[in-house]
Design a protein around this ligand. Structure first.
Ligand SMILES: *Cc1c(COP(=O)(O)O)cnc(C)c1O
Length: 236
């Protein structure tokens, strides 16, 4: 193994160990939490090295970068996750062989995704992004909109809704992040009672490098970790 591969393997091990510890601390089964490796900062070859090291779920926040890497890594068994805002004119190309769209952030976008999925004869796994922190520059549904939106989303038969996604308040620190994540879980629990049958809210995508442990304590099933995976590694 080269130094790069050693460092990557050691970073992955350490993140997985922290995921396991956070799960056990909060009485959860570590198997119920999946790591999505966010590779938006790094090249295709570094992404390939990460996949080779066992991180098969790769997250990108820009459609173009996802397309380019999907092509570059076409022979590898990658599960592609779209985690950033998706413009409607990029939907068709992005949903090809996408494992999960985390950023279902408006009815308008979801309707476009539903149409494109219908045209491609597939049912696309999606999460509904909620702007828990109510920051003006963030995409996502307002918490109060969700109960009204669910029946409309449930009627979109080519969407396979699996849960909710959020980001903590920017620069808010760990305590604020923990409150934000608790709010997403509480929102999910309250929606659960009236949730249309065709929709699942089982998944909670929350937590990044700085706050994935508190996210796990609050019920995250998917953590999206980028920079911590590449610590000590030159990004080019
Ligand atoms: C970049 C990004 C992440 C990962 O952030 P890190 O702090 O580098 O772990 C997670 N989620 C989204 C939506 C992102 O854009």
């Amino acid at each position: 193994m080269t130094d790069l591969h050693k460092q990557l393997a050691s970073n992955i091990d350490s993140i997985q160990a922290r995921i396991t510890a956070a799960a056990l601390r909060s009485g959860r089964d570590p198997q119920d939490i999946s790591l999505v490796a966010v590779c938006k900062y790094v090249t295709s070859s570094l992404t390939a090295a990460l996949v080779q090291a066992g991180c098969l779920a790769v997250g990108e926040n820009r459609p173009q970068q996802l397309w380019d890497k999907r092509q570059a890594l076409a022979t590898m068994p990658v599960q592609w996750h779209m985690i950033g805002h998706l413009q409607r004119n990029k939907v068709k190309r992005t949903i090809e062989s996408l494992a999960l769209l985390h950023s279902g952030d408006s009815l308008r976008l979801l309707a476009t995704v539903n149409d494109a999925a219908a045209a491609a004869s597939l049912r696309l796994p999606v999460l509904l992004q909620v702007n828990i922190s109510q920051e003006a520059n963030k995409h996502g549904f307002a918490s109060e909109e969700m109960a009204m939106a669910l029946p409309e989303i449930a009627a979109m038969e080519h969407l396979d809704v699996r849960g909710l996604m959020t980001m903590a308040t920017l620069g808010g620190g760990n305590d604020q992040a923990q409150r934000d994540f608790a709010k997403l879980r509480e929102l999910r629990d309250s929606l659960q009672t009236e949730c249309p049958e065709s929709i699942s809210l089982a998944e909670l995508s929350m937590g990044m490098s700085g706050d994935f442990e508190v996210a796990i304590e609050e019920g995250a099933t998917l953590v999206r970790v980028g920079s911590a995976l590449f610590e000590g590694i030159s990004r080019d």
